[in-house]
Design a protein around this ligand. Structure first.
Ligand code: DAK
Length: 257
């Protein structure tokens, strides 16, 4: 499948998607969002892929929603807009998605990174929610996921006063998993994705879902869901294989069954 605004590659069991609107600093217009979500869904449905990486360029991850596309929109047009439904499709992806971020991740770009399961940043990465400068607020998770990630105090500064975070600050405040050099951040993200993609696929899927439950469910509901998922994995061939391999002191061979 060919796309207009993204580039898609496979690296063995890892699907890589590059945001590719350099003339607009990878601003997320509806074409890009639809293409991105379609590519993620295609990888999610492909048994040959175990994890995905979303990246921009070394200079820019994404400068947010396309301001030129939405500047004259009416309330009704915004209510009818397919921006959020497209954005929300990322929540339904079962396999892990890692954002490899360099340069600015602003507004919807920061929210896109936050919607991924992990973030690997280059030392040049910068994160911010500058919507306040445009007379609006974040609308795709920037007040919710960001606050869960960095806490209320810092989220308030970011949302109300355009406080931006350097890569080092983002690491310090728990927004990103790791910071790497500009030369190695993408390779590091691909390596992390490849390691996860080599693990038991159903356990990875259930693990991702169980961790994400903390954002959706109460603690007792989340614990109950975790327990059910744990028991369910005893119906898989991979649980038998993993435990047998441990006892027999050999490497497990996962079947994804
Ligand atoms: N949209 C459209 N075009 C953009 C853009 C954006 N977000 N950001 C940059 N560009 C364009 C610039 O207009 C310029 O185009 P030309 O003038 O050359 O035609 C080109 O990219 C290069 O930009 P600059 O000349 O500004 O480049 P600099 O290196 O000087 O500055 C910058 C880079 C990233 C610091 C700067 O461009 C900037 O501040 N950009 C805007 C960042 C921003 O405000 N982002 C937040 C956007 S609002 C929704 C939910 C959520 C959202 C929307 C809807 N619903 C519930 C429906 C999300 C909203 C947002 O993300």
């Amino acid at each position: 499948m060919s796309y207009e605004t993204i580039l898609v590659e496979t690296h063995e069991r890892v699907g890589l998607i590059r945001l590719n609107r350099p003339e607009a600093l990878n601003a997320l217009n509806s074409t890009l969002l639809h293409e991105l979500m379609s590519a993620l869904e295609a990888f999610d449905a492909d048994d040959g892929i175990g994890a995905m990486v979303i990246t921009g360029s070394d200079k820019i991850f994404a400068a947010g929603a396309d301001i030129k596309q939405m500047s004259q929109a009416s309330l009704v047009e915004m209510l009818k807009s397919d921006f959020i439904p497209a954005f929300e499709r990322i929540r339904k992806i079962k396999k892990p998605v890692i954002a490899a971020v360099s340069g600015w991740a602003l507004g919807g770009g920061c929210e896109l990174a936050l919607a991924c399961d992990m973030i690997v940043a280059s030392e040049k990465a910068k994160f911010g929610q500058p919507e306040i400068n445009l007379g609006v607020i974040p609308g795709a998770g920037g007040t919710q996921r960001l606050t869960l990630a960095v806490g209320k105090a810092l989220a308030m500064e970011m949302v109300l006063n355009n406080r931006t975070l350097s890569a080092a600050e983002a690491l310090h405040h728990g927004l990103v998993n790791r910071v790497e050099s500009i030369e190695s951040y993408l390779e590091s993200a691909l390596q992390l994705a490849a390691e996860i993609a080599a693990r038991a696929p159903l356990a990875v899927q259930f693990g991702k879902e169980a961790v994400n439950n903390i954002f959706e469910l109460s603690l007792s509901e989340g614990l109950a869901a975790e327990r059910r998922a744990f028991y369910t994995l005893f119906a898989t061939a991979d649980q038998k294989e993993g435990m047998a391999a441990f006892i027999e002191k050999r490497t497990p061979h996962w079947k994804g069954k």
